[in-house]
Ligand binder design. Structure first.
Ligand SMILES: Cc1cc2nc3c(=O)[nH]c(=O)nc-3n(C[C@H](O)[C@H](O)[C@H](O)COP(=O)(O)OP(=O)(O)OC[C@H]3O[C@@H](n4cnc5c(N)ncnc54)[C@H](O)[C@@H]3O)c2cc1C
Length: 446
């Protein structure tokens, strides 16, 4: 009999396995549905450059990911920020430093933005990310969408558009779809709005890895060895006082406990016998995954820098936002990354890659001139079409879900322990949150 079956080999499941191994508790298996590890991180290539088709950036304050990268000797480099960002909200275009809302939104728009941010931070100050549902105004905040909050609290049209774009970019969802309580929880778990939207030192988009963050998951998997089973979707989990019997496409495994490290929105694919408590079933059924298509464009050189631009484009009137310069500093090519997020991802998912490439290049030509029309390569990846993710970057809660059922997200049920970035009170939705959740779930059974 095994001690543990870990389900899912994303950063959460791999971190759980690593924690158990480090504690000398190696009597486990990891069952992964895909033919690869890494989950919502994934290897890709543009030209000869390895890139992350999924999760990519690390904030300097993300200590767990930082220490894994140091352990496996994977080096980080910063997003390029010298020069001006292009910001077009409404019809007015401005250029300025990326991190300065008053330059990018104008004086009135910038002040309205800062005032609204202050209003957002007031309820956030009383929110405990370990139990957001215990907020003194939880029910009221959870009955409100982010869009309703914007309409009531943001007094300038440019600032309103900025908050909508922020919601699209952070959650890959529309503000009308997201609970305000959940939004506050998500933002606070990563250290606040300024941290989540920024790419400067301290920001969530500050650092990425030579060769890609996805390598780290492969290094972790190598250490797990033949305890890892790929192409092993779990279909049934029987659970009882003495443990679990887990049925997968590569066999049946009995263990004293299970760590289930998959996204809550995919839980319905597993039959639990007996059925899980109804509030737990409800939280799985009522959360939704965001939608995103991530693209890369490779040029011979980062020629936009000669125009005084840093490659960042933030707009609310196109299918694409944001775009950023992520050229690795050790080579001469110019590399841009960008996203179709939220409804823009869903509405462009059925286009061919050539169709999306045309949309992207048209916008780049508009800002960077005709040189932008001839990239060396274009690559994109549609996460709405990934069967074992069902979207990205993470799950979000619509109104009325977090308050009644949120506390079931990571609460242990008999031998069943729950991991995955969505269960983390820190950096929920991010790789760091996934690592934290895996370590926490492993400690629960040590
Ligand atoms: C386009 C994109 C951009 C992102 N950008 C960033 C970023 O810059 N920085 C950042 O920190 N985060 C980013 N993220 C989010 C980050 O990638 C995720 O938060 C993180 O990887 C989630 O890890 P996880 O282990 O919790 O879940 P997952 O990675 O989803 O792992 C779950 C695993 O479980 C497997 N699984 C599912 N069902 C079953 C089953 N029935 N049986 C067996 N296995 C199963 C899946 O195949 C998967 O491998 C991004 C994500 C995407 C897609």
């Amino acid at each position: 009999m095994l001690d543990t079956v870990i389900i899912g080999a994303g950063f959460a499941g791999l971190s759980a396995a690593r924690t158990l191994m480090n504690e000398g508790r190696g009597n486990f298996v990891v069952l992964e549905a895909r033919d690869r590890v890494g989950g919502r991180t994934k290897a890709g290539k543009i030209g000869d450059i390895p890139v992350d088709l999924g999760g990519m950036w690390m904030a300097p304050t993300q200590t767990r990911l930082k220490s894994l990268a140091a352990h496996y000797n994977v080096q980080a480099y910063p997003t390029y920020l010298d020069g001006n960002a292009i910001f077009r909200i409404g019809t007015r275009e401005r250029q300025g430093p990326r991190e300065d809302p008053s330059r990018l939104l104008g004086i009135a728009g910038g002040l309205a933005y800062l005032f609204a941010k202050w209003k957002l931070e007031r309820p956030m100050a009383r929110l405990d990310t370990n139990q957001p549902w215990a907020h003194p105004r939880a029910k009221e905040l959870d009955a409100t969408t982010v869009e309703t909050w914007i309409a009531r609290n943001v007094y300038h049209p440019l600032a309103r558009a900025a908050f909508r774009t922020i919601c699209n970019s952070l959650l890959c969802a529309e503000p009308s779809q997201v609970s305000l309580l959940f939004f506050l929880h998500y933002v606070k778990s990563g250290g606040g709005l300024d941290v989540l939207i920024s790419a400067d030192a301290g920001g969530a988009q500050n650092l990425m890895f030579h060769g890609g963050v996805h390598q780290i998951s492969r290094f972790m998997a190598d250490e797990i060895g033949d305890r890892l089973h790929l192409n092993a979707p779990v279909t049934v989990i029987e659970w009882h006082d003495r443990g679990v019997t887990v049925h997968s496409e590569v066999g049946t495994f009995s263990a004293r406990s299970a760590i289930i490290a998959i996204s809550p929105t995919l839980m319905h694919r597993i039959t639990f016998l007996p059925t899980l408590p109804q509030p737990k079933v409800a939280v799985h059924e009522h959360l939704f995954m965001g939608s995103s298509i991530k693209f890369w464009v490779l040029y011979k050189t980062p020629f936009w820098r000669e125009m005084g631009l840093n490659g960042t484009i933030l707009r609310d009137d196109t299918a694409i936002t944001p775009v950023m310069d992520v050229s690795p500093p050790d080579q001469k090519n110019g590399l841009l990354v960008g996203f179709f997020d939220a409804n823009r991802a869903i509405n462009n998912a059925d286009l061919s890659v050539e169709g999306r490439r045309a949309i992207v290049l048209e916008m780049l030509v508009e800002h960077f001139g005709p040189d932008a029309s001839e990239p060396l390569d274009y690559v994109d990846h549609d996460w709405t079409d990934e069967v074992w993710s069902g979207g990205c970057y993470g799950a979000y809660a619509p109104p009325g879900v977090f308050t009644p059922y949120g506390q079931t997200l990571r609460a242990t049920i008999g031998p069943l322990h729950w991991a995955g970035t969505e269960t983390s009170p820190q950096w929920t939705g991010y790789i760091e949150g996934a690592i934290q959740s895996g370590e926490r779930a492993a400690r629960e059974i040590l």
